[in-house]
Design a protein around this ligand. Structure first.
Ligand code: FBP
Length: 552
């Protein structure tokens, strides 16, 4: 296989590990704390997770570990959207297993969770893993969004695990996939099958985090990649001085990606969905906010600018949120009837009768393309596929209309020419930054220690991430501790609580203190490309979000 010069060089990169994980593995002991509680809905969750609810937090400490040299067979799954560093989680897990016992085996399930249900595997060997160390992508074993939810799927997963003689399954995924990991761990215990399940926190969206999970892997690299592109666009805008660039950024519901990119690049406008919801801003008010910057900059003869839009925005605008929630419920409850309607007109007519009057009005007011995008299939977890809703184009057309009105009223005399961009897939498979390469390898190694120590129903956790890697703290967090009950597919389900942008947190406050200035004055920052080789302050910096959250 032909590989680029950078890829070849990255094969040789040795990820930095927390000091505890550099000890001989038989000297990594596990210390267990007090029993834990879920973040909410404790009684419901205790009923659902009869065997695995409330486990203690696990922390690695120097000491004897008699179990760690057992011969193990482990299966690993990459689940959901790609995130830079996934291969390094597998590399860390693989190297840990081999350090524990050279005869231990790691099997990769192909194509995500369906690989477990359908028993499709590849054995990870030295030759295979060495082609993927420190590289982006999930292509070594592939990923998928299948949810293990029916009794048949749970039974098939157990059958596969038994056939393969698995001691454990590692699920590398986001909040939904790790919810699945928790359910699978519970099911295996319930079935008296000694198969452990460990999760690893993956998602570029950055919304799988809490007191113990400081960030999900991939967020660092993806935001640095988008910020490089945004910085380049800002420089182009400031050179040509003729376009307003509307850039939608991935991140599904939460606006962490948009916020981090704003902190890195200082655009004229960055919308934060969580603020839109808190202030109950309508689409018209959001448009006014953007127009305010355009009008003020035009007065300074600056008819150009950059607007960042989180992809989940539409779900947070109150009138749209209500509409989407009604659509989700209707499309779940009447799936068959809805599926039989042929064409958009028939669907719109049917919805007009079923939606509440207020939502029917909003639906009818949307441009047809956007309305159609709202009706596209939900993902297997019941979420609207926000990456496919062209909010950037919706906003451009609404801004154009509003500027026309302002022009007529004599309140605006500038020129407005807009370009739409969507950055999402560009960042999900980038070569992991040194931070993600190190963090992921440590998460994988940690998963090994948790398995070898006999734990199940845990999420691999590596903390203290703004300190040098040698000071990182490794252990495991019980999955049920992060869960609550939420409405999914029309009924209440246990799920890991998503971390949205905290409007009282330091990252948002830092942004909010500066944005009025950025809205008018060109204040762009150009972060440039991720650097892999060079001084540590250039190559190993975590995100601004993480630094601010940790008070740095
Ligand atoms: P995960 O939550 O599975 O990590 O996926 C995140 C994400 O990249 C979102 O940012 C985006 O909305 C979605 O995946 C896109 O999904 P798909 O890859 O199916 O197009």
């Amino acid at each position: 296989m032909e590989v680029s010069a950078l890829q070849k060089a990255r094969y040789g990169y040795q990820p930095k590990l927390p000091a505890i994980l550099t000890r001989p593995v038989s000297e990594i002991a596990v210390e267990l704390g007090e029993p834990t509680e879920a973040v909410a809905d404790q009684a419901d969750l205790k009923g659902i997770f009869k065997h695995t609810y409330g486990k203690p937090i696990a922390r690695f400490v120097p000491g004897k570990n008699d179990k760690i040299n057992r011969k193990l067979t482990v299966g690993v799954i990459l689940s959901g959207g790609q995130a830079p560093g996934g291969h390094n989680v597998i590399a860390g897990l693989y190297d840990g297993l081999k350090k524990g016992n050279k005869d231990s085996r790691l099997l990769g399930f192909l194509g995500g969770p369906s690989g477990l249900i359908e028993n499709k595997t590849v054995e990870i060997t030295d030759a295979l893993i060495d082609q993927y160390r420190n590289t982006g992508g999930f292509d070594m074993i592939g990923s998928g969004r299948t949810k293990i939810e029916t009794p048949e799927q749970f039974a098939a997963s157990l059958e596969t695990a038994k056939k393969l003689g698995l001691d454990a399954v590692v699920i590398i995924g986001g909040d939904d996939s790790n919810t699945n990991a928790a359910l699978l761990a519970e099911y295996f215990v319930d079935q008296k099958a000694p198969i452990q399940v460990i999760g690893c926190p993956k998602t570029i969206d950055g919304d799988l985090k809490n007191e113990h999970i400081e960030t999900s892997f991939g967020f660092d690299t993806a935001t640095k990649t988008y910020s490089e592109l945004i910085g380049n666009i800002e420089r182009d805008a400031n050179s040509a001085k003729k376009y307003w660039h509307f850039i939608k950024l991935m991140g599904r519901s939460a606006s962490h990606i948009a916020l981090e990119c704003a902190l890195q690049t200082q655009p004229n406008v960055c919308l934060i969905s969580e603020e839109v919801e808190a202030k109950k801003l309508s689409l018209a008010q959001i448009v006014d906010q953007i127009c305010d910057s355009i009008v003020k900059r035009a007065a300074n003869k600056e008819n150009f600018g950059v607007v960042l839009i989180p992809e989940g925005l539409v779900e947070f605008v109150p009138e749209m949120k209500q509409l989407i929630s009604e659509l989700n419920d209707l499309m779940a409850h009447y799936a068959e009837e809805f599926g039989k309607l042929s064409g958009f007109e028939a669907q719109a007519e049917w919805l007009n009768k079923k939606l509440s009057p207020a939502s029917a009005k909003v639906f009818a007011s949307l441009p047809v393309d956007i309305a159609k995008q709202l009706l596209m299939d939900r993902d297997p977890h019941g979420n609207v596929q926000v990456s496919r809703i062209e909010t950037e184009k919706l906003l451009i057309s609404m801004v154009e209309q509003r500027l026309g009105e302002l022009k007529k009223a004599g309140a605006y005399t500038g020129k407005f020419s807009a370009l739409a961009h969507f950055f999402g897939y560009e960042g999900r498979c980038a070569f992991p930054s040194n931070f993600d390469a190190d963090y992921c390898y440590a998460l994988g190694f940690t998963a090994f220690v948790l398995i070898a120590s006999g734990l199940t129903g845990y999420l691999s956790s590596v903390k203290n991430l703004t300190a040098p890697a040698s000071e990182w703290v490794a252990g495991g967090i019980p999955l049920t501790m992060m869960m609550n009950m939420e409405q999914r597919h029309g009924s209440k389900k246990p799920v890991i609580r998503k971390a949205l942008v905290d409007l009282n947190g330091r990252p948002f406050k830092t942004f909010a203190a500066k944005r009025d200035e950025w809205a008018v004055k060109t204040s762009y920052l150009f972060p440039g490309a991720i650097q892999y080789y060079g001084p540590s302050e250039v190559c190993d910096q975590p995100t601004k979000t993480l630094l601010l959250e940790k008070g740095r």
